[in-house]
Design a protein around this ligand. Structure first.
Ligand SMILES: [Fe+2]
Ligand SMILES: [Fe+2]
Length: 296
């Protein structure tokens, strides 16, 4: 067996199927996203907070648990980032036109990944500075979850934008709920930064999904429906005791991804001028899923 054969197949996926946007559309969406964070507005774990103020003594048990939970979710960034690398390769496995598309998208994914990595680092730093955790035990617990494989086994390119549209909006809303209740002002500041970033990430994915609908119409409706039908927040299938934990943190601040569904409906309505039967069905379906709430 060669070294290449030993790499599990899941690490070597090729270009995902389904229609792509023209590179110019991706470029427009990526440019708009990058312009939402001018240099003077960017923030950083090392320079933007006074870590000496961190005080876990001001947090309830539920708030502490919520911080630990979201640190694990944010810390899984390598797994999320790898999905885009695997499904939109930037190498000789794709033709030139696809490469140009993927290369433009990559301008987004690296910036997005850098921001998500900053979220993970800020939350971990908070845990240490506030006295919530010790370095070695934090590394060990994050590694236990971080090593687990995360996959979105989608067959269509558009699905890799629909999933994060919901997930980013749900995370933004959750951070907004959480920041309203937490007792440590420094943690509030961190959550403000995080929720603003998640809102910008949502806007990019919403822009992409809108462009897909505008450009490809009914051809992308079923793939979008599939994502909502099977939606689970990241790591719901891998974190030990996830549902018990999700219910517990929901006691502190509402954690419900279906709150994001209205935003998907708005994206669909804005993108489609003349609604087809298929689009109507999609909107009804997404609305119905929103009314059912999360399947806990
Ligand atoms: Fe994040
Ligand atoms: Fe995000």
């Amino acid at each position: 067996m060669t070294e290449i054969d030993a790499i599990p197949a899941r690490g070597r996926r090729g270009q995902v199927g389904g229609p792509l946007l023209p590179a110019a559309e991706v470029d427009a969406a990526v440019g708009a996203f990058l312009r939402t964070s001018p240099p003077e507005k960017r923030w950083d774990t090392d320079f933007s907070f006074d870590w000496s103020r961190a005080d876990a003594g001001r947090l309830t048990e539920g708030e502490r648990s919520a911080v630990q939970f979201v640190t694990i979710i944010e810390d899984h960034l390598p797994g999320y980032f790898a999905l885009y690398d695997q499904n939109f390769p930037v190498d000789d496995s794709v033709d030139r036109e696809t490469f140009i598309h993927n290369r433009e998208l990559y301008h987004f994914t690296v910036r997005w990944a850098q921001e998500e990595d900053t979220h993970a680092r800020a939350l971990a730093r908070y845990q240490l500075a506030a006295g919530l955790a010790e370095q070695q035990e934090l590394w060990a617990s994050l590694a236990d979850e971080g090593r687990k494989h995360f996959d979105l086994p989608y067959a269509q390119a558009v699905q890799f934008f629909v999933y994060p549209l919901v997930q980013e909006k749900a995370t933004q809303i959750y951070y907004q709920h959480l920041r309203q209740v937490v007792g440590d002002p420094l943690l509030k500041e961190i959550l403000v930064r995080l929720s603003r970033d998640e809102a910008r990430h949502f806007s990019f994915f919403a822009d992409m999904v809108g462009r897909y609908l505008h450009h490809h119409g009914d051809a992308v409706v079923e793939p979008i429906r599939e994502v909502i039908a099977e939606f689970r927040m990241p790591l719901a299938d891998t974190i030990r005791g996830y549902w018990r934990w999700a219910l517990k943190i929901a006691d502190t601040a509402r954690y419900d991804h279906t709150e994001a569904y209205d935003h998907l409906v708005k994206v669909v309505n804005r993108a489609v001028d003349a609604r087809s039967d298929k689009v109507d069905e999609l909107v009804s379906f997404v609305r119905a899923c929103g009314q059912l709430g999360p399947r806990l």
